[in-house]
Ligand binder design. Sequence first.
Ligand code: PLP
Length: 378
Amino acid sequence: MTTRQPEFAPSPRLLLGPGPSAVPERVLRAMASPPLGHLDPQYLELMDRLRPLLRELFQSENELTLVMPGTGTSGMEACLLNLLDVGDKAVIGVNGYFGQRMVDIGWRSGAEVIAVERPWGETLDEDAILEAIEDHRPKLVAFVHAETSTGIRQPVEKIARAARDRGVLVVVDCVTSLGGCPVEIDRWGVDAAYSASQKCLGAPSGLAPITLSERAMEAIFSRKTPVRSFYLDLSLLARYWGRERVYHHTASSPLLAALYEALRIVFEEGLEARFERHQRQHEALVAGLGEIGLSLTTPTESRLPMLNPVRVPAGIDEADVRRELLTEHGIEIGAGLGELKGKAWRIGLMGASATDNNVMLVLGALKKSLARRSLRTA
Ligand SMILES: *Cc1c(COP(=O)(O)O)cnc(C)c1O
């Protein structure tokens, strides 16, 4: 290798897919801060400053609230691998791609998984889940609050209350909902929840906020076998994030600084205002889509504001339209996953991406792209 390699200089993108979302300039600057040692008092202070912000985000008083050193999936694996011991039972609701991922991870923990399925694009059947809890008496029940693959919002309270009454732990995936619509871990009675830095929080991917109740911690400390992952072992991570400050991994201070700056922005705006903005931009998008003859695949009452699955009109090659948006307009939108493959686009309006201007830009680009195709086929 004697030749010089070209610099990597990607052209700008407008990120309107299922994540990552746009990262504000202030967060980019924070990420350019020089690395600190993972036990440097200044870094430890950054960790301490983050925790109350995370608790506020999750609406929880949980002592064990920290950031996993990985993407959203590391939060999912941490919850399931720590709470499930070999031979335990888990009831998991599946109505989309990420519910299925929970099932796949559940099995890897050595637990027996009972999947309670619903067609993609529908909410879970709460009664079917309660019945599975009665029949199987599992250690935990898990499901996704905001199913990014389908744009469906799952009500949490009823399942959570019934599960707690029976001493069953409740795990909820809040990867896409946290910071974009109400998440109330303590009021809902959820024992473990996780999210990701790159959806509605406005930081790059690479970190997963996570929170666990005292009941969940007791379950972890009374395990019969060690957690199968050293890296995701929450009893070890708790000693690094807690008073003892025992080394566990070389934390990335620039990444944590980025998340901290992103959360400062979240609370400058205020949670209520932020939820309202996501809802407003979602409604503006739906209205604008209607004007160009497009609609969402989801029923109005269970729509997520931050993830909009748009039905692809008959005769349109959805991948071709996405490619055109990316190459001609620099706009990234998502493809349909699983049962929605080829049938839907997924337009994300998450965090800093949810603005008037971005709604207008994606509508304009879609309109142009579709008009060109109808001319071609006419
Ligand atoms: C994105 C997402 C994940 C996975 O997060 P990664 O950061 O991609 O690992 C998990 N659950 C849901 C609901 C998601 O949207």
